[in-house]
Write a protein of this length. Structure first.
Length: 182
């Protein structure tokens, strides 16, 4: 968010707040084998921030969401917050960067899904043993049947929701948000 438009910060704050509310109140397991991994639509406003305002706005929204979620709930602690920020923020950065250069938002969203999955494989191997105390071989056995599918589902649902929200919202509203942030 290098531009100095004073309207950018409130827009990012509103989208980050929406993201946090969704994280806090809408979450459920999507894989029976890993009911501790919860899907939440909290990335939807983060992706909107990345597309409409810019990549750094998406990353900033992800940082605010992850930090406040840990501070308010205590769930995940600092390691969970870090993983949440990297997964959502990394996805938002890629989506925002590609969306700036292409009119095909679905391409940016597909790249965002791939980014989240690619980031979370080594991150889980590195941080999950520290975070949960699970031995690395146990974590590695979870990569293909749990970690990859969960992140595909999580990112896939959020990007799909965002795509449809952007299709349903009048283009005049989307244009106003984008212009207000520039």
């Amino acid at each position: 968010m290098t531009r100095s438009n004073p309207r950018r910060l409130p827009l990012v704050a509103v989208l980050a707040a929406m993201s946090l509310v969704l994280e806090l109140y809408v979450h459920f397991p999507v894989l029976p084998s890993a009911d501790f991994l919860l899907y939440s639509p909290g990335d939807l406003p983060i992706i909107l921030a990345a597309i409409l305002i810019g990549p750094s706005a998406g990353a900033a929204s992800a940082f605010v969401n992850a930090t406040l979620f840990v501070l308010l709930t205590g769930k995940g602690g600092p390691w969970g917050g870090l993983m949440h920020f990297i997964s959502s923020g990394g996805m938002a950065l890629v989506i925002g960067l590609i969306a700036r250069r292409s009119d095909k938002k679905w391409v940016a969203m597909m790249a965002g899904i791939a980014t989240r999955v690619i980031l979370m494989v080594p991150l889980n191997m590195l941080i999950t043993p520290i975070y949960t105390g699970a031995p690395l071989p146990v974590v590695m056995k979870m990569i293909v049947p749990v970690i990859i599918p969960f992140n595909i589902i999580h990112a896939g649902l959020n990007t799909t929701l965002c795509y449809f929200v952007m299709k349903v919202l009048p283009s005049s509203i989307l244009t106003r948000i984008t212009k207000a942030a520039s």
